[in-house]
Design a protein around this ligand. Structure first.
Ligand code: DGL
Length: 257
């Protein structure tokens, strides 16, 4: 089989990575995609690095069964815990990760604080701290760990009083008038963007990393001469480690298909 006709694999701790998949489908409509949500083990953000690494290897092994030509780690937490080890182990396949989109936030050059919402693990890992050090002299950056938010999104609760109250409580420690932008450093969070806008001042810019990751996926496919040129709309298959129809229903709804 021509390698360009093979599918692209995605995985996340649950339904969050669908926010990245959605962007990738828009950018690469002819590709076939296989998505694995590990909702049985969500959230990853409060587990140990070793556990998340182990789960990431399991997810990659699952995707490889489907003969995928590239893998997107559509999870900031798994990227920080495992991307280096995965790339070392699976040298023959492009593996694309995601990290909080701090660079575009700094480049906005907007006066005020840049808030990074992410899981506790993402914000405490080496990868993020390297990123933070790179930009710390250029902007006032405030990491905001949000344990508990992924659980709501996994249940399909994306708006309403529960999410609103959660976000209000989180942002109550900050001066709202000082916030220039908010970086969504977890792939689950784009799904609560509407409710987040209700909590922040109107002029705050909300940035998510899925555009950058999807663009990087496209560059890698091109570089490796793997772009699918068949010219027809690709297929999307979603799998979940939870043997539960509800989570698949939520997944297809989030993806809008
Ligand atoms: N979607 C995830 C991320 O981007 C992981 C959230 C979690 O499972 O804690 O970090």
């Amino acid at each position: 089989m021509d390698i360009s006709n093979k599918p692209i694999g995605f995985f996340d701790s649950g339904v969050g990575g669908l926010s990245v998949l959605k962007k990738s489908i828009e950018l690469l409509p002819n590709e076939d995609f296989i998505y694995l949500g590990d909702s049985k083990n969500a959230p990853y953000g409060v587990k140990s690095v070793e556990e998340v690494r182990k789960l990431s290897f399991q997810a990659v092994e699952f995707l490889l069964q489907y003969n995928v030509k590239a893998i997107v780690v559509a999870c900031n937490t798994a990227t920080s815990a495992a991307i280096e080890q995965l790339r070392k182990e699976y040298k023959n396949i492009p593996i694309i990760g995601i990290e909080p989109a701090l660079k575009p936030a700094v480049e906005l050059n907007k006066r005020g604080t840049i808030v990074i919402m992410a899981t506790t693990m993402t914000l405490s890992e080496k990868k993020f701290n390297r990123l933070m050090n790179k930009y710390k002299d250029k902007a006032n950056i405030v990491p905001l760990p949000c344990p508990g938010l992924v659980e709501l999104i996994e249940k399909g609760v994306l708006q309403g009083s529960e999410v609103n109250q959660f976000l209000k409580d989180k942002f109550s420690i900050l001066d709202k008038d000082e916030i220039a932008s908010v970086v969504l450093g977890c792939t689950h969070y784009p799904f609560i963007k509407n409710e987040l806008s209700n909590v922040l001042n109107k002029d705050v810019i909300i940035i998510d990393g899925s555009d950058g990751t999807s663009a990087q996926l496209k560059r890698q496919l091109k570089r490796n001469k793997m772009i699918n040129l068949k010219g027809e709309k690709g297929a999307v298959h979603i799998y979940n480690t939870l043997d539960d129809k509800e989570v698949l229903d939520i997944s297809y709804k989030l993806l809008g298909i």
